[in-house]
Design a protein. Sequence first.
Length: 342
Amino acid sequence: MKKARVAVAGYGTIGQRLADGVARQEDMELVGIVDLAPTLSLRALSEIGMPYDLYIVDPKRKREFDEAGIPVAGSFEDLLKRVDIALDAAPAGIGAKNKELYAKHGVKAIFQAGEKDEIADAFFHGYANYEKGVGQDYLKLTSCNTTGFVRAIDALDRLAGVEKVIITIIRRVADPGDTHRGYVDLLRIEPVPNHQCVDLMKIMPHIHATGLLVHTPVTHGHIINIVATPKRRVTKDELLDTFRAHPRIRVVRIADGFNSNTSLFKYARDLGNKRGDMYEIAVWEECIGFSGDDVMFAINIPQEAVTIPETVDGIRASLNLQTDRLEAVGLTNKFLGLIPGL
């Protein structure tokens, strides 16, 4: 079987993880990665033996890479001549410029959440609306927060139906290593509704959503509180069984030591996960509660890696590798080592 040929444009926080995720897919080939300058991430990649071929945006800057000892395989356009689809993880706004190159070379593309909605043919989530992405040339992923809570809300929706949700996001303010921004000794609040809830309704238009977002001075993980109104009363055991059966949701317990965002990050490192990454969101068993028919639960979003499975799903949809949702996400999960019930 011919493998899907994939490029990753932008080797930053998300791009590194996209490259690793694609490289693990046995029916895909990561042809190369693209970046602009010899960043620390690329220097580290070179030092470990350059497992991915590197292409550069501006060939005139090749000397900078040579001086850093980083091998270059060619230009961005050289790479686009060799691939079927590009995963665009460039800084927000650059994707629109890159799209011109994708169109020129007849290459499909998947963009991350920082780009404007109009860049894509469809707003995409592997579990909630896979069918919308099948055969499309350009897809856009939701943000890390939206990707994560859509998994949980979609699971509940398929169990009992969901009428509406109210979402409160306690949001990390910056990724580790981001020194150009950050808050100290403050919590900054944004107006209701936050864009993540608006985006949820684009993916799941039958659900009314609103929510609050609070920026917090931490760098690892978001914690989200969800209050959902299901169409029928559900029990805690039903919810736990549903979440445990989902390969991209991990049920954890405060009583076992999972009492913070950092405990989950440390656990991922102890598991030996590269960079301490975790693809799964976590649901706290002790934080599931009820008010009448409404259900409340809290989840943790590992912001650096959570969108990787859904992006790989997007490759499958866009290239028509699988038209069936469960077959597609099942293959992505298998190759990423995501096992339900953990």
